[in-house]
Design a protein around this ligand. Structure first.
Ligand SMILES: NC(=O)c1ccc[n+]([C@@H]2O[C@H](COP(=O)([O-])OP(=O)(O)OC[C@H]3O[C@@H](n4cnc5c(N)ncnc54)[C@H](O)[C@@H]3O)[C@@H](O)[C@H]2O)c1
Length: 338
Protein backbone atom coordinates (compact mmCIF):
# COMPACT_ATOMS: atom_id res chain seq x y z
CA UNK A 1 0.00 0.00 0.00
CA UNK A 2 1.01 3.60 -0.50
CA UNK A 3 0.88 4.99 3.04
CA UNK A 4 1.13 8.37 4.71
CA UNK A 5 2.34 8.34 8.32
CA UNK A 6 1.93 11.69 10.05
CA UNK A 7 4.18 12.25 13.07
CA UNK A 8 6.24 9.38 11.74
CA UNK A 9 9.61 10.42 13.16
CA UNK A 10 8.44 10.32 16.80
CA UNK A 11 8.73 7.60 19.45
CA UNK A 12 6.17 5.24 17.88
CA UNK A 13 7.01 6.24 14.31
CA UNK A 14 10.62 5.12 14.74
CA UNK A 15 9.38 1.57 15.26
CA UNK A 16 6.38 1.69 12.93
CA UNK A 17 8.04 3.11 9.80
CA UNK A 18 10.80 0.44 9.62
CA UNK A 19 8.14 -2.24 10.33
CA UNK A 20 6.00 -0.94 7.47
CA UNK A 21 9.03 -0.86 5.20
CA UNK A 22 9.84 -4.49 6.00
CA UNK A 23 6.28 -5.37 5.00
CA UNK A 24 6.87 -3.82 1.59
CA UNK A 25 4.69 -0.72 1.91
CA UNK A 26 5.58 2.51 0.20
CA UNK A 27 5.83 5.22 2.84
CA UNK A 28 5.65 8.97 3.08
CA UNK A 29 6.19 10.57 6.49
CA UNK A 30 4.81 14.00 7.26
CA UNK A 31 6.37 15.42 10.40
CA UNK A 32 6.88 19.01 11.39
CA UNK A 33 9.99 17.89 13.23
CA UNK A 34 9.19 19.19 16.71
CA UNK A 35 11.79 16.68 17.78
CA UNK A 36 15.12 16.51 16.05
CA UNK A 37 15.23 13.84 13.38
CA UNK A 38 18.59 14.54 11.84
CA UNK A 39 19.70 11.08 13.03
CA UNK A 40 17.35 9.08 10.83
CA UNK A 41 19.52 6.53 9.11
CA UNK A 42 19.12 3.36 7.11
CA UNK A 43 15.79 2.50 8.63
CA UNK A 44 14.18 5.41 6.78
CA UNK A 45 16.01 4.83 3.51
CA UNK A 46 13.52 5.04 0.67
CA UNK A 47 10.97 6.81 2.85
CA UNK A 48 9.73 10.12 1.51
CA UNK A 49 9.95 12.63 4.38
CA UNK A 50 7.94 15.83 4.25
CA UNK A 51 8.88 18.38 6.88
CA UNK A 52 5.38 19.85 7.01
CA UNK A 53 2.82 20.84 9.59
CA UNK A 54 -0.47 18.93 9.42
CA UNK A 55 -2.33 22.18 10.05
CA UNK A 56 -0.89 24.12 7.17
CA UNK A 57 0.51 21.72 4.57
CA UNK A 58 -0.55 22.03 0.96
CA UNK A 59 -3.69 19.87 0.60
CA UNK A 60 -2.29 18.38 -2.59
CA UNK A 61 0.37 16.58 -0.54
CA UNK A 62 -2.42 14.28 0.67
CA UNK A 63 -3.21 13.05 -2.83
CA UNK A 64 -2.59 9.50 -3.94
CA UNK A 65 -2.41 7.53 -0.67
CA UNK A 66 -4.23 4.27 -0.05
CA UNK A 67 -4.25 4.84 3.69
CA UNK A 68 -3.16 7.24 6.43
CA UNK A 69 -1.74 6.39 9.86
CA UNK A 70 -2.16 9.51 11.97
CA UNK A 71 0.41 9.87 14.77
CA UNK A 72 1.07 13.62 14.70
CA UNK A 73 0.19 15.21 18.03
CA UNK A 74 1.42 16.92 21.13
CA UNK A 75 1.65 13.54 22.66
CA UNK A 76 1.07 13.58 26.38
CA UNK A 77 -0.97 15.12 29.17
CA UNK A 78 1.62 17.58 30.50
CA UNK A 79 2.45 18.85 26.99
CA UNK A 80 -1.26 19.29 26.42
CA UNK A 81 -1.61 21.37 29.55
CA UNK A 82 1.47 23.41 28.71
CA UNK A 83 -0.18 24.82 25.64
CA UNK A 84 -3.88 24.06 25.45
CA UNK A 85 -4.45 26.09 22.30
CA UNK A 86 -1.68 24.33 20.39
CA UNK A 87 -3.02 21.00 21.63
CA UNK A 88 -6.49 21.72 20.30
CA UNK A 89 -5.06 23.11 17.10
CA UNK A 90 -2.82 20.13 16.36
CA UNK A 91 -4.49 17.19 18.07
CA UNK A 92 -8.02 18.12 17.03
CA UNK A 93 -8.20 20.60 14.14
CA UNK A 94 -5.00 19.36 12.49
CA UNK A 95 -5.97 15.70 12.68
CA UNK A 96 -9.52 16.36 11.46
CA UNK A 97 -8.02 18.31 8.56
CA UNK A 98 -5.77 15.38 7.64
CA UNK A 99 -8.61 12.84 7.77
CA UNK A 100 -10.95 15.03 5.68
CA UNK A 101 -8.30 15.75 3.09
CA UNK A 102 -7.31 12.08 2.94
CA UNK A 103 -10.91 11.09 2.29
CA UNK A 104 -11.48 13.84 -0.26
CA UNK A 105 -8.28 12.97 -2.13
CA UNK A 106 -8.95 9.25 -2.42
CA UNK A 107 -7.54 7.37 0.60
CA UNK A 108 -9.56 4.30 1.54
CA UNK A 109 -8.39 3.74 5.12
CA UNK A 110 -7.45 5.94 8.05
CA UNK A 111 -6.39 5.19 11.61
CA UNK A 112 -5.68 7.64 14.40
CA UNK A 113 -3.67 6.83 17.54
CA UNK A 114 -5.91 7.76 20.45
CA UNK A 115 -5.38 6.85 24.08
CA UNK A 116 -7.01 4.94 26.95
CA UNK A 117 -6.49 8.09 29.00
CA UNK A 118 -9.92 9.19 27.65
CA UNK A 119 -11.43 7.00 30.40
CA UNK A 120 -9.83 9.07 33.18
CA UNK A 121 -9.41 7.44 36.58
CA UNK A 122 -12.06 5.02 37.85
CA UNK A 123 -12.54 1.84 39.89
CA UNK A 124 -14.23 -0.41 37.35
CA UNK A 125 -12.61 -1.94 34.24
CA UNK A 126 -13.24 0.19 31.16
CA UNK A 127 -14.58 -1.22 27.91
CA UNK A 128 -15.47 0.67 24.75
CA UNK A 129 -18.98 1.21 26.18
CA UNK A 130 -17.68 2.92 29.34
CA UNK A 131 -18.46 6.64 29.29
CA UNK A 132 -15.37 8.75 28.79
CA UNK A 133 -14.06 10.93 31.59
CA UNK A 134 -11.36 13.20 30.15
CA UNK A 135 -9.22 14.85 32.82
CA UNK A 136 -6.81 16.74 30.55
CA UNK A 137 -6.80 18.76 27.34
CA UNK A 138 -4.92 15.91 25.67
CA UNK A 139 -7.72 13.47 26.51
CA UNK A 140 -10.45 15.95 25.50
CA UNK A 141 -8.81 16.52 22.12
CA UNK A 142 -8.57 12.76 21.59
CA UNK A 143 -12.30 12.37 22.21
CA UNK A 144 -13.11 15.25 19.85
CA UNK A 145 -10.94 13.89 17.04
CA UNK A 146 -12.37 10.40 17.46
CA UNK A 147 -15.90 11.78 17.13
CA UNK A 148 -15.26 13.85 14.00
CA UNK A 149 -12.96 11.43 12.24
CA UNK A 150 -15.05 8.34 12.93
CA UNK A 151 -18.04 10.21 11.49
CA UNK A 152 -16.20 10.23 8.13
CA UNK A 153 -16.48 6.45 7.98
CA UNK A 154 -18.45 5.09 5.03
CA UNK A 155 -18.17 2.43 2.32
CA UNK A 156 -15.44 4.36 0.54
CA UNK A 157 -13.40 5.47 3.55
CA UNK A 158 -12.75 3.30 6.60
CA UNK A 159 -11.93 5.38 9.64
CA UNK A 160 -10.77 3.79 12.91
CA UNK A 161 -9.44 5.09 16.23
CA UNK A 162 -7.19 2.90 18.36
CA UNK A 163 -7.17 3.77 22.05
CA UNK A 164 -3.73 2.67 23.18
CA UNK A 165 -2.65 1.76 26.68
CA UNK A 166 0.39 3.63 28.01
CA UNK A 167 3.34 2.70 25.87
CA UNK A 168 6.74 1.45 27.04
CA UNK A 169 9.87 0.12 25.36
CA UNK A 170 12.94 1.38 23.56
CA UNK A 171 12.84 3.34 20.34
CA UNK A 172 15.49 5.60 18.83
CA UNK A 173 13.39 8.56 19.93
CA UNK A 174 13.19 7.25 23.48
CA UNK A 175 10.52 8.93 25.61
CA UNK A 176 11.44 9.45 29.23
CA UNK A 177 8.07 10.91 30.16
CA UNK A 178 6.57 7.41 29.97
CA UNK A 179 6.53 5.75 33.37
CA UNK A 180 8.14 2.37 32.64
CA UNK A 181 10.81 3.94 30.43
CA UNK A 182 11.64 6.53 33.08
CA UNK A 183 11.73 4.09 36.00
CA UNK A 184 14.03 1.76 34.06
CA UNK A 185 16.35 4.41 32.67
CA UNK A 186 16.80 6.29 35.96
CA UNK A 187 16.86 3.07 37.97
CA UNK A 188 19.79 1.94 35.83
CA UNK A 189 21.49 5.32 35.84
CA UNK A 190 21.00 6.38 39.48
CA UNK A 191 20.19 3.05 41.17
CA UNK A 192 17.04 4.68 42.49
CA UNK A 193 13.52 4.22 41.16
CA UNK A 194 11.26 7.08 42.19
CA UNK A 195 7.68 5.95 42.61
CA UNK A 196 4.67 8.07 43.47
CA UNK A 197 3.39 6.93 46.86
CA UNK A 198 2.33 4.09 47.33
CA UNK A 199 2.40 2.60 43.86
CA UNK A 200 -1.01 0.95 44.33
CA UNK A 201 -2.42 2.67 41.26
CA UNK A 202 -3.20 0.49 38.22
CA UNK A 203 -2.30 1.43 34.66
CA UNK A 204 -2.70 -0.46 31.37
CA UNK A 205 0.54 -0.88 29.39
CA UNK A 206 1.57 -1.88 25.87
CA UNK A 207 4.98 -2.38 24.27
CA UNK A 208 5.82 0.09 21.50
CA UNK A 209 6.44 -2.83 19.11
CA UNK A 210 2.89 -4.03 19.76
CA UNK A 211 1.57 -0.53 19.06
CA UNK A 212 3.25 -0.75 15.68
CA UNK A 213 1.80 -4.24 15.09
CA UNK A 214 -1.71 -3.02 15.99
CA UNK A 215 -1.51 0.00 13.69
CA UNK A 216 -0.36 -2.23 10.83
CA UNK A 217 -3.12 -4.79 11.55
CA UNK A 218 -5.76 -2.09 11.48
CA UNK A 219 -4.58 -0.69 8.16
CA UNK A 220 -4.13 -4.11 6.54
CA UNK A 221 -7.32 -5.66 7.97
CA UNK A 222 -10.09 -6.49 5.52
CA UNK A 223 -12.71 -6.45 8.25
CA UNK A 224 -14.76 -3.32 7.66
CA UNK A 225 -16.35 -3.79 11.09
CA UNK A 226 -13.38 -1.89 12.50
CA UNK A 227 -14.58 1.21 10.64
CA UNK A 228 -16.40 3.97 12.50
CA UNK A 229 -15.21 2.66 15.89
CA UNK A 230 -12.75 3.29 18.64
CA UNK A 231 -11.06 0.14 19.86
CA UNK A 232 -8.97 -0.33 23.01
CA UNK A 233 -5.54 -1.78 22.30
CA UNK A 234 -3.43 -3.45 24.96
CA UNK A 235 -3.46 -6.66 27.00
CA UNK A 236 -5.85 -7.52 29.87
CA UNK A 237 -2.93 -9.02 31.80
CA UNK A 238 -0.91 -5.84 31.47
CA UNK A 239 -3.22 -3.80 33.71
CA UNK A 240 -0.68 -3.66 36.50
CA UNK A 241 0.07 -1.80 39.70
CA UNK A 242 2.96 0.61 39.46
CA UNK A 243 4.64 -0.86 42.54
CA UNK A 244 4.75 -4.33 40.91
CA UNK A 245 6.41 -2.83 37.86
CA UNK A 246 8.87 -0.87 40.00
CA UNK A 247 9.79 -4.00 41.95
CA UNK A 248 10.30 -5.98 38.77
CA UNK A 249 12.52 -3.26 37.31
CA UNK A 250 14.50 -2.99 40.53
CA UNK A 251 15.05 -6.78 40.59
CA UNK A 252 16.19 -6.80 36.99
CA UNK A 253 18.64 -3.95 37.53
CA UNK A 254 20.14 -5.59 40.60
CA UNK A 255 20.37 -5.53 44.36
CA UNK A 256 21.73 -2.03 44.65
CA UNK A 257 18.69 -0.50 42.94
CA UNK A 258 16.19 0.74 45.51
CA UNK A 259 12.69 2.17 45.28
CA UNK A 260 12.12 5.60 46.76
CA UNK A 261 8.59 6.89 47.41
CA UNK A 262 7.63 10.49 46.76
CA UNK A 263 4.52 12.69 46.83
CA UNK A 264 1.12 12.09 48.36
CA UNK A 265 -0.71 8.81 47.96
CA UNK A 266 -1.88 8.59 44.36
CA UNK A 267 -5.23 6.81 44.20
CA UNK A 268 -5.80 7.57 40.54
CA UNK A 269 -6.16 4.21 38.86
CA UNK A 270 -7.62 2.81 35.73
CA UNK A 271 -7.83 -0.58 34.11
CA UNK A 272 -9.02 -1.39 30.61
CA UNK A 273 -10.49 -4.40 28.84
CA UNK A 274 -8.94 -5.25 25.47
CA UNK A 275 -11.20 -8.04 24.18
CA UNK A 276 -12.64 -6.08 21.24
CA UNK A 277 -9.31 -5.64 19.45
CA UNK A 278 -8.85 -9.41 19.59
CA UNK A 279 -12.37 -10.02 18.31
CA UNK A 280 -12.34 -7.52 15.45
CA UNK A 281 -8.67 -7.33 14.47
CA UNK A 282 -7.43 -10.67 15.77
CA UNK A 283 -4.89 -8.58 17.65
CA UNK A 284 -2.93 -9.94 20.59
CA UNK A 285 0.20 -8.44 22.09
CA UNK A 286 3.48 -10.30 21.70
CA UNK A 287 5.77 -8.41 24.06
CA UNK A 288 5.41 -8.17 27.83
CA UNK A 289 6.64 -5.62 30.34
CA UNK A 290 9.61 -7.77 31.40
CA UNK A 291 10.85 -7.90 27.78
CA UNK A 292 10.49 -4.16 27.37
CA UNK A 293 12.38 -3.50 30.59
CA UNK A 294 15.15 -5.93 29.63
CA UNK A 295 15.54 -4.22 26.25
CA UNK A 296 15.90 -0.81 27.89
CA UNK A 297 18.41 -2.16 30.42
CA UNK A 298 20.39 -3.78 27.61
CA UNK A 299 20.41 -0.52 25.67
CA UNK A 300 21.50 1.37 28.81
CA UNK A 301 24.31 -1.12 29.36
CA UNK A 302 25.67 -0.29 25.89
CA UNK A 303 26.21 3.32 27.00
CA UNK A 304 23.97 5.91 28.53
CA UNK A 305 25.62 8.88 26.86
CA UNK A 306 24.16 8.46 23.40
CA UNK A 307 20.63 7.53 24.47
CA UNK A 308 18.46 10.43 23.37
CA UNK A 309 17.03 11.55 26.71
CA UNK A 310 13.84 13.06 25.49
CA UNK A 311 11.40 14.56 27.93
CA UNK A 312 8.59 15.39 25.59
CA UNK A 313 7.41 18.26 27.75
CA UNK A 314 10.87 19.84 27.95
CA UNK A 315 11.15 19.64 24.20
CA UNK A 316 7.81 21.20 23.61
CA UNK A 317 8.58 23.93 26.14
CA UNK A 318 11.68 24.78 24.20
CA UNK A 319 10.15 24.50 20.78
CA UNK A 320 6.75 26.05 21.27
CA UNK A 321 7.20 29.45 22.83
CA UNK A 322 3.70 29.99 24.16
CA UNK A 323 3.35 33.62 23.12
CA UNK A 324 5.04 33.04 19.81
CA UNK A 325 2.68 30.21 19.04
CA UNK A 326 -0.35 32.32 19.88
CA UNK A 327 0.82 35.00 17.44
CA UNK A 328 1.38 32.42 14.76
CA UNK A 329 -2.14 31.10 15.14
CA UNK A 330 -3.55 34.48 14.22
CA UNK A 331 -1.97 34.05 10.78
CA UNK A 332 -2.55 30.41 10.10
CA UNK A 333 -6.11 30.00 11.34
CA UNK A 334 -7.79 30.95 8.04
CA UNK A 335 -5.68 28.38 6.21
CA UNK A 336 -6.23 25.41 8.46
CA UNK A 337 -9.80 24.65 7.54
CA UNK A 338 -10.64 22.93 4.29
N1 LIG B 1 3.33 6.93 23.68
C1 LIG B 1 2.17 6.69 24.30
O1 LIG B 1 2.08 6.26 25.49
C2 LIG B 1 0.88 6.87 23.55
C3 LIG B 1 -0.25 6.28 24.06
C4 LIG B 1 -1.45 6.46 23.40
C5 LIG B 1 -1.49 7.23 22.24
N2 LIG B 1 -0.36 7.82 21.76
C6 LIG B 1 -0.46 8.65 20.57
O2 LIG B 1 0.34 8.15 19.52
C7 LIG B 1 0.80 9.23 18.71
C8 LIG B 1 2.32 9.18 18.57
O3 LIG B 1 2.88 9.17 19.88
P1 LIG B 1 4.45 9.20 20.12
O4 LIG B 1 4.65 8.61 21.46
O5 LIG B 1 5.16 8.66 18.93
O6 LIG B 1 4.66 10.80 20.22
P2 LIG B 1 5.93 11.69 19.80
O7 LIG B 1 5.75 12.99 20.51
O8 LIG B 1 7.19 10.96 20.02
O9 LIG B 1 5.72 11.91 18.23
C9 LIG B 1 4.76 12.79 17.71
C10 LIG B 1 5.32 13.34 16.41
O10 LIG B 1 4.34 14.21 15.85
C11 LIG B 1 5.02 15.33 15.28
N3 LIG B 1 4.10 16.47 15.23
C12 LIG B 1 3.53 17.12 16.27
N4 LIG B 1 2.77 18.12 15.82
C13 LIG B 1 2.84 18.11 14.46
C14 LIG B 1 2.25 18.92 13.45
N5 LIG B 1 1.47 19.95 13.74
N6 LIG B 1 2.51 18.61 12.17
C15 LIG B 1 3.33 17.57 11.85
N7 LIG B 1 3.93 16.79 12.78
C16 LIG B 1 3.69 17.05 14.07
C17 LIG B 1 6.19 15.60 16.21
O11 LIG B 1 7.22 16.31 15.56
C18 LIG B 1 6.60 14.17 16.60
O12 LIG B 1 7.62 13.67 15.76
C19 LIG B 1 0.33 10.52 19.39
O13 LIG B 1 -0.88 10.91 18.81
C20 LIG B 1 0.08 10.08 20.81
O14 LIG B 1 -0.86 10.88 21.47
C21 LIG B 1 0.84 7.64 22.38
Amino acid sequence: MNLLVTGGTGYIGRILVPDLKRKGHEITVMDRGFLDYSDLENEYEGVNILREDIRTCDPDLLRGFDAVIDLAALSNDPSGNLNKIATWDINYIGRVRIARLAKKLGAKRYVVASSCSVYGFRDDICTETTPVNPLTTYAEANIAVEKDNLALNDQEFRSTALRFATVFGYSERFRLDLVINAMTFYGYKNHVIKMMRDGNQYRPFIHVKDVSRALISSIESDNDEIGGRFINVGNNKQNVQIRDVAEMISNKIGEDCRIELYGDPDNRSYRVNFDLSKKLMGFETKYDIAQGVEEIIKRCSEGLEDIPQMHTVDYYKKLIGYEKELDRFANIRPKILL
